[in-house]
Design a protein around this ligand. Structure first.
Ligand SMILES: [Zn+2]
Ligand SMILES: [Zn+2]
Length: 331
């Protein structure tokens, strides 16, 4: 079968690899579509992937069951959580695989076929297309959904999203759908325009004006009720604390290194809450599906699609910062 190989230094190839055999508790899935994730750009720009690729958002049809799999059938359409749990701890019992101390990551999903843990498969209902499914079962919408659970208070009315790459755009869509006033901040005019389309009421180009001052002026000097850090940069992290209102909440989505934080200034004296939100819980699929059936325009997050054979061009477009979600199509 064919699979994407990330060589690093921006080299991507479609190569022939050995067929996969599902192990105990696993299934083999024939890929319908896979989606590119911002986290893959580290390997794309840097050292690549020794084995295959970092693809971890995909949907398809089950073609083979491993030993002991009884909850799924060959032919079934599924989306998958790339993070699978041990299935025997208290977190796994609640579908909170990302909290499992023995969690396992499944990758290599930019390929004609991929392996997934049977307990990490979401059977896709008939009203969920492949495109909607890859967003609803992957972290593309999973992270924005999981983030929304951290700022669910009805008192939160204005949300500023710092950094509108694919995850930030997902947050814009999700928060606007939930009825919040959304302020999107980035330095890419293309992504700011996409934010408007996805429901942001205000957009701020941080190259042209001070985003903290603008968020404050857009909120009568008060600050946003919640700020989401989705750029993964120290300056945007600190800007989130400066732009959030007293007693507001900062949510971290973007991975980044240590940065200087003052407990007195950033937390204590203004009663600020800061939380992290990583990936999504397997158990949250039902909540995402309900929002989809309630009109959440998930497919609007897709800006580009390429046939699988053109994966190198897909990665190049994605890395240019001019896209939202980029899809690889295997059909
Ligand atoms: Zn991801
Ligand atoms: Zn577990």
């Amino acid at each position: 079968m064919q699979s994407v190989k990330l060589d690093g230094k921006r080299s991507v190839r479609v190569v022939e690899v050995a067929d996969l055999v599902p192990g105990a508790g696993e299934v083999l899935v024939e890929t319908a579509v896979s989606a590119l994730c911002g986290s893959e750009l580290h390997g794309y720009d840097g050292d690549g992937q020794e084995q295959g690729n970092s693809g971890h958002e995909a949907v398809g049809s089950i073609v083979k069951l491993g030993a002991g799999v009884s909850n799924l059938q060959v032919g079934q359409r599924v989306g998958v959580s790339a993070i699978a749990g041990c299935a025997s701890c208290a977190y796994c019992a609640q579908g909170q695989y990302t909290w499992c101390p023995k969690l396992k990551f499944y990758g290599n999903m930019h390929a004609e076929r991929f392996l997934a843990a049977a307990n990490a498969c979401h059977p896709l209902p008939d009203d969920v297309s492949w495109d909607a499914g890859v967003l609803l079962t992957g972290d593309g919408l999973g992270v924005p959904y999981h983030t929304s659970t951290k700022i669910s208070s009805p008192q939160i009315q204005t949300v500023a999203v710092f950094g509108v790459g694919p995850i930030g755009l997902g947050n814009v869509l999700m928060q606007a759908h939930l009825g919040r006033r959304v302020i999107a901040i980035d330095i890419s005019p293309a992504r700011l325009a996409m934010s408007k389309h996805l429901g942001a009421s205000d957009v701020v180009n941080a190259k042209e004006s001070d985003p903290v001052a603008l968020v404050r002026s857009l909120t009568n000097g008060v600050g946003a009720d919640a700020c989401i850090e989705a750029a993964g940069r120290p300056e945007t992290a600190l800007a989130c604390f400066a732009a959030v209102r007293t007693a507001g909440t900062v949510v971290f989505n973007g991975e980044q290194k240590a940065l200087p934080i003052s407990p007195s200034e950033q937390f204590i004296r203004r009663d600020i809450t800061a939380v992290g939100a990583w990936f999504y819980h397997f158990s949250e699929f039902g909540g995402m599906l309900a929002l989809y059936r309630n009109g959440l325009r998930v497919r609007d997050l897709i800006s580009d699609r390429y046939p699988f054979s053109e994966a190198p061009a897909a990665f190049e477009k994605f890395a240019s910062g001019q896209s939202a979600k980029v899809i690889l199509d295997y059909q």
